[in-house]
Design a protein around this ligand. Sequence first.
Ligand code: 5AD
Ligand code: SF4
Length: 441
Amino acid sequence: MKKLFVKTYGCQMNAYDSAKMADLLAPLGYATTDVPEGADMVILNTCHIREKAAEKVYSELGRLKALKADKAKSGGRMLLAVAGCVAQAEGAEIVARQPAVDLVVGPQSYHRLPEMIARTARQAGQRIETDFPALEKFDSLTPPSSSSVSAFLTVQEGCDKFCTFCVVPYTRGSEHSRTPEAILREARQLADKGAREIVLLGQNVNAYESDGWSLAKLCAGLAEIEGIVRIRYTTSHPRDMGDDLIAAHGGNAKLMPYLHLPVQSGSDTVLEAMNRQHTADDYRRLIARIRNQRPDIALTSDFIVGFPGESDADFEATLQLVRDIGYATAFSFKYSKRPGTPASTMRKQIAEDVKAGRLDVLQKLLLKQQYAFDDSQIGKRLPVLFEKIAREPGQIMGRSPFLQPVHVQADASLIGQVAEVRIEKRTANSLHGALLQDQSA
Ligand code: 5AD
Ligand code: SF4
């Protein structure tokens, strides 16, 4: 057996792709390992969304170069591959900056990895593959070899929104949806391998559209699969929140009461400059409609502070929106200039210290809301889907309907099942509770 080490950066779609690459290389004799030392092949599945994420790749490649040299000294060969969005965006630049790299493969081309590896074995030189055949890769993927209790399933890729700060429309291309048949087939395969929850993934997942199927219809189809007890989806754009999807939050019992709906900013001026195509009040009204269907829904978002031109008043409008909505949790970032995007050349870029100050204020408010939301569960009974053994002896870990991690003293045989838990306390990032004795009530 040859050893394969895959390191994943960035979003859940990369995590899904990494698993697929491992499945794809298994027939070539590669088995995954947890450490890069001594590996026969290392894949960095990279993220280009912010500068920091992209730079990490080059420092990691520096370290791997040394491991590759060690392997060569002992007579072996370590193939070094860069996959994902940095590969797509920077292609040939990568091998110029780090000649130890053997393969560069974009997110739409990784189904060609076996062929690229074979060619590298036959002749020296580096291979770069960053073509964009729309979704062709999914047709050549092998069925999942295993599944976790909660499984990712990519249903849509790319984005046509062109927010002015974002590289995704360039690295992942325009929107493409997989067919409902292919998705339902994969979901059934995952269920057979033990998946109880399916998390539908897409850069702009609620824009899903194929053969007249919307995301709401897809969720309805998934709900009919035996074994699948929970459905989630991420990430969505406010503009694509269709009436049927909003209604599904009230009507589809397997669709969990959780929605990641990034708003980025609460200022109409900034939203306009970001090309988000909606106002802060549009978003408030949308949330009200969703809460009308599902009053207890947990809402989360992404925020960017320090977008070019953002004034103190604009930032205050973001804080006000956060106070108005009340989030269960959220991600927030300092604006990061991305090459080729319109915002990177806008005037009135914001100073680093101003960005850092605003981020700090926003994150404190969001954390306060997160604790308030988590605390509101104490004393309640929640159905928890158990996923794995926890670090503490005798404990297992699962998720509440609101995606909160829940730790419980219970037998590992409950993994893969939903059981009722009385929530007793909260620690920094998770809830703790006790299994209810009478599971029939
Ligand atoms: N700078 C900072 N944050 C960004 N995001 C996307 N592009 C940038 C950027 N240039 C954030 C957005 C998006 C999340 C995935 O990453 O908030 O929703
Ligand atoms: Fe990027 Fe999301 Fe905007 Fe698309 S909708 S451009 S993925 S931030």
